[in-house]
Design a binder for this molecule. Structure first.
Ligand code: PMP
Length: 401
């Protein structure tokens, strides 16, 4: 490549999304006729509920939806999201504090673009969702990982967080229920992080996209509820993808202090303008409607969760803590590394090699822990059909031998 042809350092420093990469490789193998079982993608296998689809169909026929609409979102949807915050989290926000984004992902991206200057540090409890560090780097920031492993059920340690704090610490991320671990952090942990952030003037980004997926009596704790004093420095991120089985509709949002919301909207005004109106109308039907469908899905996920955790722990060399949220299991597979596996006696040195061999040889797709800052683990999404789940686990076990 000639000098003039090189791309920016900014883009060269970004890692591709490993979860999307595994998913697209699995889908390509499927398209080529290979019977792959996909535990890769974090998307519900349920169809979007019919009343939401109906709202979209109707919206397609309404000329007002053919126009540009306000960048920060349809006023009705912003209002419904503010009402939803009151319903689920029990505190009041104004519709003006809401910015509707192209999926939760864009809300993550905009948060860091708004808050960070070059060299500002963001504490990222690890294992982390794969896009956070890249979004931080794209904003000129520096991701600071604070790890908590299976030995503590992936619950962050406030002393370790404090030890990572420097004069440049600008923000911290909370993700509970968590992707990739499925952990629901305790009320005490959420409270400790909130109080710590208030004391040290650190912004909080609370990603609550899995809020309604709790099991075994676990309950999502909201930092804005536990530590009301933090609301002036709190950005809550959310979306319809997981709660209403709508990943492809691409509607998310940010609820933030007014000035932050205005700044994010200013950025979005140059980046993408309003989110497509038809999906916004569908999201309005979803957010303003009841949660019956998510509770139905939650029941199905719960049965699969129990099945996958039992199956994983039944494989020698695999240790899987019981997740109580989202739809992921995150087993420690370090016991399989360095040992001959499968009919060819393949030896894997890392979980990345293990995931590749599992896909190539057993046709089972899982995402390596490396994608989440946690080598030695694999992430299995259990948002797939029961028979697929059982067959995938049978293959994994048989391959390990
Ligand atoms: N946050 C977390 C923790 C996620 O797992 C995801 C999706 N994988 C998102 C945000 C973004 O979701 P979307 O852009 O599909 O709304």
């Amino acid at each position: 490549m000639a000098d003039w042809q090189t791309f920016s350092d900014r883009i060269n420093n970004v890692a591709p999304s490993a979860t999307l990469a595994v998913d697209s490789k699995a889908k390509a193998m499927k398209a080529a006729g290979v019977d792959v079982i996909g535990f890769g993608a974090g998307e519900p296998d349920f169809p979007t509920p019919a009343n939401i689809v109906d709202a979209a169909v109707e919206a397609c026929r309404e000329p007002r939806n053919y126009k540009y609409t306000p960048t920060a979102g349809l006023p009705e949807l912003r209002r419904a999201i503010a009402d939803k915050v009151l319903r689920d989290s029990g505190y009041e926000v104004a519709p003006e504090q809401v910015v509707v984004t192209n999926g939760g992902k864009q809300a993550v991206y905009e948060s860091f673009q708004v808050l960070l200057n070059d060299g500002d540090e963001v504490i990222i409890p690890t294992p982390f969702w794969t896009s956070y560090p890249e979004a931080v780097k794209l904003a000129g920031g520096k991701p600071v990982e604070v790890f908590a492993g299976a030995d503590r059920d992936f619950e962050p340690d406030i002393d370790a967080i404090e030890a990572a704090r420097t004069g440049r610490t600008k923000a911290i991320i909370i993700t509970s229920p968590n992707n990739p671990t499925g952990a629901v952090w305790s009320r005490e942990t959420i409270r400790a992080i909130g109080r710590w952030a208030v004391e040290h003037h650190v912004w909080i980004i609370s990603d609550e996209i899995y809020e309604h997926l709790n099991y075994d009596g676990a309950k999502t704790a909201y930092v804005g509820v536990e530590v009301p004093e933090c609301r002036d420095q709190l950005l809550v991120l959310n979306g319809v993808a997981k709660t209403y089985a709508m990943p492809g509709w691409r509607v998310g949002w940010m609820v933030a202090p007014l000035e932050v919301a205005k700044a994010a909207s200013k950025l979005q005004g140059h980046l993408s303008s309003n989110v497509s109106n038809v999906p916004q109308r569908a999201a309005l039907a979803a957010v303003a409607g009841p949660l019956d469908d998510v509770y139905m899905m939650r029941e199905a996920f719960d049965a699969r969760r129990k099945a996958i955790v039992a199956a994983l722990n039944d494989i020698p060399g695999v240790v899987c803590p019981t997740p109580t949220g989202a739809f992921y299991a995150f087993p420690d597979v370090s016991g399989l590394l360095g040992k001959p596996l499968g009919p060819n006696g393949t030896v894997c040195a890392t979980s990345a090699e293990l995931a590749a061999a599992l896909l190539d040889e057993a046709h089972v797709a899982a995402v390596p822990g490396e994608a989440f800052g946690a080598p030695g683990y694999l992430r299995f999404s259990y948002a797939l059909a029961d028979d697929q789940l059982a067959e995938g686990m049978r293959r994994f076990r048989q391959w390990v031998g």
